[in-house]
Design a protein around this ligand. Structure first.
Ligand code: BES
Ligand code: ZN
Ligand code: ZN
Length: 483
């Protein structure tokens, strides 16, 4: 999508461009007007005093969606000509507004077309947008930045949407390399042999049932000095459940079980592309969870990289197993903070519905920072507890830990059990840690006004978190509050 800032009034827009205008008519109303050869698409936005940044994001997307359904390829809009309608957004700076607009325009223009035959008339995407209004170097910069962020979100969506047969752990590692092309990011891929040597028993255990070799990819972007932010992304390229095979009703979208890894890849790439002065590491444990003849059996005991042993009561709770080794691996970087991102539990969606990912952490300050960056970025989160009271449930009977509580009441608070299991490894890090369970936001819902499939979350949140991290001193202080 070509996005251009134009000084002045939309009246100067060229004839071939359809002008977008906003009215206070009911939300969702659309009207096409033709006057003196000028086409205008009028969109109702409802009560203007209700407009906030959350609604503005959706509004931006519906502009592009409306243009797409009407097969309009070039649009023009005035960003500052409707002060009455946007008065309630006055607290938002012009830069933030333009960045948000660009991000969401890009996100809304995306369709996952990789496997579709191109129609003769081309894809119904918006090719050019002219944004009329105020212009300055900083607004221009904000527009470019927003566009780059939107493109990173879309690149994440491509990876997550790619079918399991086309996206194996090896392909995922290759995709990570590809994403870093031309960027100052070091990519190292650990293969089967190296993983055996290191003793990554948990990752290797999950990989046993598949003929696809596991990988463990390490990304390093050193844009700044000091202890790094370590991001860990779950990379299960297909989750059949293993011997605890998933029923038909829940197996369908399991090629997207590497959405955490996809988000980490594109958050790191974005940090490098936008030259953030931060030190960032991405860790991507990748496996395929299959019920092959060498598969992990329920009841098997794994020895993790940390040395802790794990009883596998359910082979479908595989994400926490591979993340356990990745969290232990993170230790060698002496991180300032660690965040893992995973499509870990359906229970997170039972708890929160489809509009927020779950955040689980023992560190209140980190929780607040993530919540703040979530709100500001558009990738929303809500916190669930990780209190001591829940810890008993992950203690093992015949090993140190078990991957699910088992027995009656096993399914209660499943997202917390997942987080509590990870905490058993994260506590060894001696730095603040948070777990994002992104199942609720893995795919877009109709109210997102995005194409079906991967939502590309939480790329914007991770980027914002990296961008707004102030200093090591502050993060170290966070460490003292760890419990
Ligand atoms: N990959 C799934 C979680 C998931 C569910 C992702 C729905 C996307 C959509 C995860 O590995 C899993 O199977 N979790 C189990 C945990 C259970 C066995 C404790 C679940 O959610 O049922
Ligand atoms: Zn699973
Ligand atoms: Zn899974």
């Amino acid at each position: 999508m070509k996005l251009t800032l134009k000084k002045g009034s939309i009246e100067n827009a060229p004839k071939g461009c359809v002008r977008i205008s906003f009215t206070d008519k009911e939300k969702g109303t659309k009207r096409c007007i033709q006057e003196h050869g000028i086409e205008t698409l009028e969109l109702g936005i409802g009560k203007s005093e209700e407009m906030n940044l959350r609604q503005f994001r959706i509004l931006c997307r519906s502009v592009v969606a409306a243009a797409k359904t009407n097969k309009i390829q070039k649009i023009a809009l005035q960003c500052d000509a409707t002060p009455k309608l946007f008065a309630s957004l006055k607290g938002v700076s012009a830069e933030d507004l333009v960045q948000t607009l660009a991000e969401n325009f890009e996100m809304a223009d995306f369709e996952f077309n990789t496997f579709k035959t191109r129609p003769k008339e081309g894809w119904p995407t918006v090719e050019e947008v002219l944004v009329y209004g105020e212009s300055s170097a900083s607004i221009e910069k904000a527009l470019k930045k927003g566009q780059t962020i939107g493109q990173a979100v879309n690149a994440c969506r491509v990876l997550a949407n790619t079918p399991g047969g086309d996206m194996t752990p090896i392909t995922l590692a290759k995709a990570a390399k590809e994403a870093m092309k031309g960027l100052p990011v070091k990519v190292t891929v650990l293969h089967h042999k190296e993983m055996i040597k290191l003793g990554m028993g948990a990752v290797l255990g999950v990989a046993k049932g598949s003929s696809e070799e596991p990988t463990f990819t390490v990304l390093e972007y050193k844009g700044g000095k000091g202890a790094p932010i370590v991001l860990v992304g779950k990379g299960v390229t297909f989750d059949s459940g293993g011997l605890n095979l998933k029923p038909s009703s829940s197996i369908y979208e399991m090629h997207m079980d590497m959405s955490g890894a996809a988000a980490v890849i594109h958050a790191v790439a974005l940090a490098a592309r936008l030259k953030l002065k931060q030190h960032v590491i991405g860790l991507l444990p990748a496996v395929e969870n299959m019920p092959g003849n060498n598969a992990l059996r329920p009841g098997d005991i794994l020895k993790s990289l940390s040395g802790k042993t794990i009883e596998v009561l359910d082979t479908d709770a595989e994400g926490r197993l591979i993340l356990a080794d990745a969290l232990t691996y993170a230790k060698r970087f002496n991180p300032a903070v660690v965040i893992d991102v995973a499509t870990l539990t359906g229970a997170a969606m039972v708890a929160l519905g489809e509009h927020a990912s779950a955040v689980l952490t023992r560190d209140d300050v980190l929780a607040e920072r993530i919540a703040r960056d979530a709100e500001a970025s558009g990738d929303y989160v809500w916190r669930l507890p990780l209190w001591d009271e829940y810890e008993e449930r992950v203690k093992g009977t015949f090993a140190d830990l078990k991957n699910v509580p088992g027995g009656s009441g096993s399914r209660l608070g499943g997202a917390i059990d997942g987080g509590m299991f990870l905490w058993q490894f994260a506590k060894e890090l001696k730095c603040p840690w948070a777990h994002l369970d992104i199942v609720p936001r893995m795919t877009a819902v109709p109210s997102d006004a995005l194409a079906k499939g991967a939502a590309g979350e939480p790329v914007r949140l991770l980027f914002r978190f990296i961008e707004t991290r102030t200093s090591d001193v502050q993060v170290q202080k966070l460490g003292h509050r760890m419990s």
